[in-house]
Design a protein around this ligand. Structure first.
Ligand SMILES: [Fe+2]
Ligand SMILES: [Fe+2]
Length: 474
């Protein structure tokens, strides 16, 4: 089904037939645009960006590419097609028809789940709003803005659900989503990782590689939901999310490539020399990885969680790829291994799987992150450089859950406060590291030109050449 672009809000949900809903969204739209103009990409109003816009949910071609001014972007509402007779396929309602309306008893929980997901979308746009000023190329600038407009569309997706299914409270939540601000002392975004700064492109690439990947796993779990409109919305969001992960993974990979080339050319692995030549040494990249990995890991919550158990039992949030799993989909007696610390030793304990669903989703994410790290490691390997990136221990630098009160080394040794104070500068980016990375950031905005610290991509976007004019300034 394609959409009618003359409509104010492009959609495949037959908005025109529901006048109340259409009016509510048309009322929210100007407030959204005010938010975009205030908190969206800085100083870009007149730039024309080569963006993809979702125009349908057809797997063979759902996007249209063209130069657009971002405030004119058509943030549409798209749900994956409805499966006829879809059933709830896990938890205590297994086998019943999927809900098309919110069940009264789960109303406030579902609203909270949708608001929490929705809040991350504008948060990341706010975190990234100054990065256009220091882009390493037009290609990268375009990718940043693509991610930004799609996070904006994801906000639309969640606000649509709130307006369509949660009445007045839903409309109030829709307004509050435009009022919170990332990092604000009085009215911050809901989740901690979304209140951190994304001050430079290295942080941006790590964020899209790791934190957008948390988004992928949260959306995948919600795409299993018994509440059908939520499941269908998340399914389509996942289609867009893949590009965000690509931007992060390929961004870091190109940085590794560039650094390794300089290492080979000048036969050195001395960080000071490499920094003097204007590239980021590999140990510093590892520190940024440690930071983003640990902060994002906290987003999954505590290892043992009764909330996670009830979300599952009630059919609101499934496991990653629930339908592909070959068990009873109720977890009545299943167990799951979870780490525990006794006398400074980390041991594994089996707990009821139902209570360990946060940990399970975190483990699925860890595997996926590891896949990306393995692909990164092929870059130094090919160039004969022995350095390899590794993920720190799950308990390293955590604030939430079993490890929240402890200090662990990246290898997973429980260490004292004193040792942490002494060593953490070797493991996490220091002020000097951050200042160095910041010092490399300068705007490169000529087609086909790239900053010195990053290699060009292997190919362009949508079959366009690498030196295509991805952003036009007027
Ligand atoms: Fe998103
Ligand atoms: Fe994303």
């Amino acid at each position: 089904m394609s959409i009618d672009y003359s409509e104010k809000i492009p959609n495949n949900v037959d908005l025109a037939s529901n006048k109340t809903l259409q009016r509510a969204l048309e009322h929210w739209q100007p407030a959204y645009l005010d938010w975009w103009n205030e908190m969206g990409p800085d100083k870009t109003t007149s730039a024309e960006v080569y963006l993809r816009t979702a125009i349908s949910v057809d797997p063979k071609g759902w996007a249209h590419f063209d130069h657009v001014k971002m405030p004119d972007y058509r943030w549409g509402i798209f749900l994956a097609p409805q499966e006829p007779d879809r059933k709830i396929h896990f938890g205590e309602h297994m086998g019943q028809n999927a809900w098309q309306e919110v069940p009264g008893e789960y109303r406030s929980t579902l609203r909270r789940i949708i608001v929490t997901q929705g809040d991350t979308e504008p948060a990341s746009v706010e975190q990234q709003r100054h990065l256009g000023m220091t882009c390493p190329s037009l290609y990268d600038m375009r990718n940043l803005f693509q991610v930004n407009v799609e996070e904006g569309r994801h906000l639309w997706a969640m606000v649509y659900l709130l307006h369509a299914h949660f009445g007045r409270d839903g409309r109030e939540e829709g307004e509050a989503l435009l009022e919170r601000r990332s990092g604000d002392a009085d009215n911050p975004r809901i989740l901690t990782a979304f209140n951190e700064k994304t001050p430079d492109w290295l942080s941006f690439f790590m964020f899209t590689f790791i934190t957008d990947r948390d988004g992928k796993f949260q959306l995948a779990a919600l795409a299993e939901s018994g509440f059908d409109p939520l499941a269908r919305t998340c399914k389509f969001m996942l289609t867009e999310e893949a590009h965000h992960l690509f931007v992060g993974e390929s961004g870091i990979s190109r940085m590794i490539q560039r650094t390794c080339e300089v290492m080979v050319q000048h036969k050195t692995d001395d960080p000071a020399k490499l920094r003097a030549m204007g590239v980021v040494d590999l140990p510093t990249l590892q520190k940024y990885l440690n930071f983003h990995y640990s902060v994002t890991s906290d987003l999954y919550g505590a290892e043992i969680s009764s909330n996670a158990a009830s979300f599952y039992t009630n059919g609101l949030k499934g496991r990653y790829e629930e339908t592909k799993l070959g068990d009873d989909h109720r977890l009545d007696s299943a167990e799951y291994p979870v780490m525990e610390v006794t006398d400074d030793k980390i041991i594994t304990r089996h707990v009821p799987a139902l209570t360990a669903l946060n940990e399970r989703l975190r483990d699925d994410w860890v595997k996926d992150v590891q896949g990306g790290i393995d692909r990164w490691n092929k870059v130094p390997e090919k160039l004969g450089i022995p350095f390899r990136f590794t993920l720190p221990h799950k308990g390293f630098h955590r604030k939430i859950g079993i490890f929240g009160e402890l200090h662990l080394s990246p290898e997973g040794r429980v260490i004292s406060e004193a040792e942490w104070t002494h060593k953490h500068r070797d493991w996490l980016p220091t002020e000097e590291d951050r200042a160095f990375v910041q010092s490399l950031m300068g705007r490169v905005a000529e087609p086909g030109k790239f900053a010195n610290w990053i290699a060009p991509p292997a190919r362009g976007i949508n079959n366009q050449p690498v030196d295509f004019e991805y952003v036009r300034f007027n």
